[in-house]
Design a protein around this ligand. Structure first.
Ligand code: G3H
Ligand code: ZN
Length: 277
């Protein structure tokens, strides 16, 4: 079924386990994640980013299809809007029944970030949806990696208190869209942030983080683990191999089917690494 993230976030934080959050671009991503959730019994956050919406030119077609996948599934699946800075898009997502949204005003000055995030929290909570925000911009979305940015624990505590967000993305050494898994995370800072902040912490740019570091980061206090690039890697490698082995194929079901199966397999493996709830 389609669920809100509240229970899974709370449980994962309490038990120092991961809540898996994977990005959806094609319907095959959502189908692969649902299959993996059903195979393992884990909750998965299916996230559609504002960038993915820009690629399609609209939110509703993919969102409605992913909603149908979630509703038809026997596993608990969250529908989350990822990295939105467009207030109108956030409102549209809430109207479409998203159970969670990320409002990312981290590029704004602190006071403006607080004020606009608090407004989004009021709108989302009115319909029972959860809000994730970001403090300390996690780089890499524009191809410029800035793994040196750090979130200040005191500022994070104030931000959560002043905005009422349900979870907080923090900068602890990761960067978006890394192709190599070579990121080094600041585990002491994660521990400090967990002590300072009483909502679950979100790790962005987790594709660049090695398996062992993901596990260590969760034990230290990270809860929601966002992975996109790494699964696109699995998808695209499988499609590339399939096309190389079958140079005359034209039916997209053949090569996308191979890609979808590869994503399902890698997600099942990752859910183990994350000790996912
Ligand atoms: O919000 C999405 C994630 O932060 C994905 O980052 O593509 O580096 O895994 P990634
Ligand atoms: Zn992200």
């Amino acid at each position: 079924p389609l669920v809100t993230p509240h229970d899974a976030l709370r449980r994962a934080r309490r038990e120092r386990r991961g809540l898996a959050a994977f990005n959806v671009i094609q319907l095959e991503h959502a189908e692969a994640y649902a299959a993996a959730a059903e195979a393992t019994g884990c909750t998965i956050v299916l996230q559609i980013s504002q960038n993915a919406v820009r690629y399609r030119g609209a939110l509703a077609p993919l969102a409605k299809a992913v909603t149908a996948v979630a509703e038809a599934s026997s596993a608990p699946l969250v529908l989350h809007l990822d990295h939105a800075d467009d207030r109108a898009l956030v409102r549209e997502a809430l109207e479409l029944g998203f159970t969670s949204v990320m409002f990312d005003a981290s590029a704004l000055p602190y006071a403006d970030n607080v004020a606009s995030t608090a407004e989004v929290v009021a709108e989302a909570h009115a319909v029972g949806a959860a809000v994730e925000a970001e403090l300390g911009e996690i780089g890499g979305k524009d191809g410029v990696h800035a793994p040196g940015v750090r979130t200040d624990p005191k500022e994070a505590a104030e931000f959560v208190r002043d905005t009422g967000v349900d979870s907080l993305a923090v900068a602890v050494g990761s960067s978006h869209a890394m192709l190599e898994r070579t990121a080094v995370l600041d585990l002491d800072l994660i521990d400090e942030l967990r002590k300072a902040v009483d909502v679950p912490l979100v790790l962005h740019g987790s594709s660049g983080v090695p398996d062992a570091t993901l596990t260590a980061a969760i034990r230290a206090g990270m809860t929601k683990i966002n992975i996109a690039t790494h699964l696109n890697h699995a998808l695209t490698d499988a499609v590339r191999n399939y096309l190389a082995e079958h140079p005359t194929v034209v039916d997209p079901r053949k090569y996308l089917g191979a890609g979808r199966a590869a994503m399902t397999e890698e997600v099942i493996r990752l859910l183990g690494v994350l000790d996912a709830v």
